[in-house]
Design a protein around this ligand. Structure first.
Ligand code: FAD
Length: 317
């Protein structure tokens, strides 16, 4: 079922979880062991992130360096199929521009369609570590809105090959990313919302936000989006702080601010368990306020840790 149909069918706030594929070499059981305890909280759907290749330099026997492509976390499509099969829950694979040309994207979408997957979250992807700016693949897409147009074309039966006759349309529900604290490359908030609107006009059905720790940022973002004519659901993304290190790691990696009160509480903690409790309590307060605000769904970033997210959703069981 499509994500937006889940929203339409429910008169309460739903929960969804975002998971990462395991590191290469681990078994699918690591995903099942991770998801099993979360299942009693009836997630409406489960997002599975996509991780593009990285490049490493290995020294060869002759002393020269060889550039090798490594994909640390492959398996997004397989995990989605396994989730449908084992839990009968709708998976939402993330698809990205980075590392794909249009033909590869089309083939991936055909695979997803044949598997009966109804949803995709369409993203650009970040620059790889060795780049300052994102570089599209040759013959690929530069922005999420371009990739989205390809998905939307396939939803209208338009494939890349003009010679194809009577192509069967796909029927993907399309989610996109939004940034309550602005995407780090955007000139300013208005420009970011301008380009977000382009994704909506190209056919996005709903928006999932980057994580934020101050609900005021989300409320203001929703207000600005509505003012600029963006009417689709905007799903807040929540992540509990789980270590002192994240006080610097999260702002660095996700370009966001942490509220003073949260930072103060974390710094007062005597051990890592105290930090986790502060993170959970903060996220519970955020979740409570967002439910009162009437959001259709809350998207929990698990980042490989289910215990904290479980404690949060338990408070609303
Ligand atoms: C919910 C969520 C899930 C994510 N999952 C993944 C994942 O699984 N894998 C992964 O690699 N990354 C993931 N990301 C990270 C995401 O790929 C990065 O944040 C990336 O830098 C931007 O992606 P985007 O889809 O928002 O890009 P875009 O919408 O393309 O925007 C990128 C930047 O370009 C600007 N822009 C957009 N269109 C134009 C235009 N036409 N001209 C000029 N400027 C433009 C925007 O304002 C923005 O600053 C996720 C992010 C979120 C919020």
């Amino acid at each position: 079922m499509k994500v937006i149909e889940h929203f339409k069918k429910s008169n309460r706030t739903l929960f969804s979880f975002e998971i990462l594929p395991p590191l290469k070499g681990k078994s699918i059981d690591s995903i099942f062991n991770f998801l099993d305890p979360l299942m009693e909280f009836n997630p409406a759907f489960i997002d599975v992130t996509y991780h593009r290749e990285e490049f490493v330099y290995k020294k060869r026997a002759d002393g020269l360096l060889e550039r090798r492509s490594v994909r640390k976390r492959p398996g997004t499509v397989g995990i989605c199929a396994a989730i449908m099969n084992k839990y009968q829950i709708d998976p939402v694979p993330h698809i990205i521009c980075g590392g794909f040309n249009k033909e590869e994207t089309e083939n991936a979408l055909i695979d997803l369609n044949f598997l009966g997957i109804d949803n995709v979250l369409v993203l650009r992807g970040d620059p790889i570590k060795s780049e300052t700016y994102f570089t599209p693949e040759s013959g690929g897409h530069e922005y999420a809105s371009d990739l989205l147009k390809q998905v939307e074309n396939m939803n209208n039966g338009i494939y890349l090959d003009d010679d194809l006759k009577s192509s069967v349309p796909t029927n993907f529900c399309i989610g996109v990313a939004g940034y309550p604290e602005k995407h780090f490359e955007a000139a300013n908030m208005r420009s970011d919302i301008h380009f977000l609107k382009k994704k909506v006009e190209a056919g996005a059905d709903y928006i999932v936000t980057q994580m934020f720790f101050d609900n005021k940022k989300y409320f203001e973002f929703v207000r600005m989006c509505r003012k600029h004519g963006i009417k689709i659901p905007i799903i807040p993304g929540i992540k509990p702080i789980s270590s002192v290190k994240q006080l610097s790691l999260l702002p660095h990696r996700f370009h966001l601010n942490l509220p003073n009160d949260l930072v103060d509480e974390v710094l007062k903690c005597k051990n890592s368990e105290d930090v986790r409790n502060v993170g959970v309590e903060w996220a519970v307060q955020q979740t409570r306020e967002l439910i009162d605000f009437g959001v259709p769904c809350i998207h929990f970033y698990t980042m490989g840790k289910s215990e904290n997210v479980m404690k949060i959703v338990q408070s609303f069981a």
